[in-house]
Design a protein around this ligand. Structure first.
Ligand code: ZN
Length: 65
């Protein structure tokens, strides 16, 4: 399993997240930058609760840029 490096940027593509809004948002940056933004976005736009479980789910969706 790849690990994040100091310069390694990750991205999360909202279009791959199960939702009914056909959202195409893509967030990229370091893991600890992407996760809070993605969690806020999921809560604000997709009605998810910002929980540790949600963040775990989001973390699994991170990909190397
Ligand atoms: Zn979205």
């Amino acid at each position: 399993m790849a690990t994040a490096t100091a310069t390694g940027r990750k991205y999360i593509d909202c279009s791959e997240f199960p939702s009914d809004s056909n959202c195409t948002l893509k967030i990229s940056g370091k893991e600890d930058e992407v996760l809070p933004v993605a969690a806020q976005h999921a809560a604000a736009v997709h009605g998810h609760e910002d929980t540790p479980e949600l963040r775990d789910q989001l973390r699994q969706m991170l990909k190397d840029e």
